[in-house]
Design a protein around this ligand. Structure first.
Ligand code: TYM
Length: 336
């Protein structure tokens, strides 16, 4: 990253959990926007491995997914020289700021988080404190870097709102310590739905048939889209409320082909669901091919990935240190 870029560009931060196969929901809702925005901002893209610990993970698999996510970020078009791609756990300031911010966050506001409520239901045998304080770690991720913009999917909007509330509360007490970040999302693509239950969002923690992974083979993609739930009607129309399955396929096609939703609907005028699924399949396979090719190259060179992660964690750490020192001073921690 050049010095000019450091001095002149506003800061963008976002993160993805290495908690499962990265899906086309993650790609269309978030990572693709990272690529579109990257030249206008100084960007940090974190592999948020600490967040992934809120659910029990197989340690070796978590490690593998972490390296894979680093390779995927790069394969999707994020140059690791221009963008800080790093692991959250390699920059201890994230955990340190989390503690401070948790003293400025209320139990009441955390208990209103819909994701906490939803995850408590799916993880009823492990409703741990990390699941509850998850948004505080997210606020720390963002506020550490004086972030102006955070591109995310719709499911993270509430976490961005609490981040802004925490920043404003802290600033009201201690002066302008944090930049209050703005959320960035595309209305049309902020929520890609599950293929097997289009009333739910596509999620990497759901069964395999419900999502398409960025690393799925063409055969897997064909099979999953063939089985994708539509409806008993035959009419191809964009109506997310009454035709969620068909509308989701239209959204995926539109996002990956670059055609607007209107143009997509016109394109399918007079065709059937079979045609829609076939063409969505083609566009998904075609869009993922260059990403998969690049990923397969990168993943062979673990030393290169490790080098990137190390170098970028150091760079992120030195920015994070500046904010953390300021925060420690403001709240009255004795410094040597
Ligand atoms: P995660 O790992 O669940 O998802 C990564 C990004 O993908 C978006 N996303 C979707 N967008 C559209 N449709 C979908 N079906 C879909 N599923 C996921 C998510 O909104 C997210 O933008 N807590 C975050 C990670 C995080 C973070 C941060 C993000 C930690 N700290 C700071 C931004 C800033 C998460 O679990 O994302």
């Amino acid at each position: 990253m050049t010095e000019t870029k450091i001095k002149t560009k506003p800061i963008l931060f976002s993160g993805v959990q290495p908690s499962g196969a990265i899906t086309i929901g993650n790609y269309i809702g978030a990572i693709r926007n990272f690529v579109l925005l990257k030249d206008s901002y100084r960007c940090l893209f974190s592999i948020v491995d600490l967040h992934a610990l809120t659910v029990r993970r197989e340690p070796a698999l978590l490690r593998r997914r972490t390296v894979e996510l680093a390779a995927l970020y790069i394969a999707c078009g994020l140059d690791p020289e221009e963008n800080l791609i790093y692991c959250q756990s390699h920059v201890p300031e994230h955990a340190e700021l989390t503690w401070i911010l948790s003293c400025y966050t209320y139990m009441g506001e955390l208990s209103r988080m819909t994701q906490f409520k939803a995850k408590s239901e799916t993880n009823s045998d492990n409703i741990n404190a990390g699941l509850f304080t998850y948004p505080v770690l997210m606020a720390a991720d963002i506020l550490l870097y004086q972030t102006q913009i955070v591109p995310v999917g719709a499911d993270q909007k509430q976490h961005l709102e609490i981040t802004r509330d925490i920043a404003q509360r802290f600033n009201a007490l201690y002066g302008d310590v944090f930049v209050v970040p703005e959320v960035y999302m595309h209305k049309e693509t902020a929520k890609i739905m599950s293929l097997s239950d289009p009333s739910r969002k596509m999620s990497k923690s759901d069964p395999e048939e419900s999502y398409i992974s960025l690393l799925d083979s063409p055969d897997d993609i064909r099979r999953k889209l063939k089985r994708a739930v539509t409806d008993s009607d035959t009419n191809i129309a964009f109506d997310p409320e009454n035709k969620p399955g068909v509308s989701n396929l239209i959204t995926i096609y539109s996002a990956l082909s670059g055609d607007s939703v209107e143009k997509t609907v016109k394109h399918f005028n007079g065709k059937g669901y079979g045609d829609l699924k076939k063409e969505v399949t083609e566009v998904v396979i075609e869009s993922l091919k260059p990403i998969q090719d690049r990923f397969n190259e990168l993943i062979k060179d673990k030393q290169y990935i490790n080098g990137i992660l190390k170098y970028n964690a150091e760079r992120a750490g030195s920015i994070a240190q500046r904010t953390l020192r300021k925060v420690y001073k403001k709240v009255g921690l004795y410094q040597l």
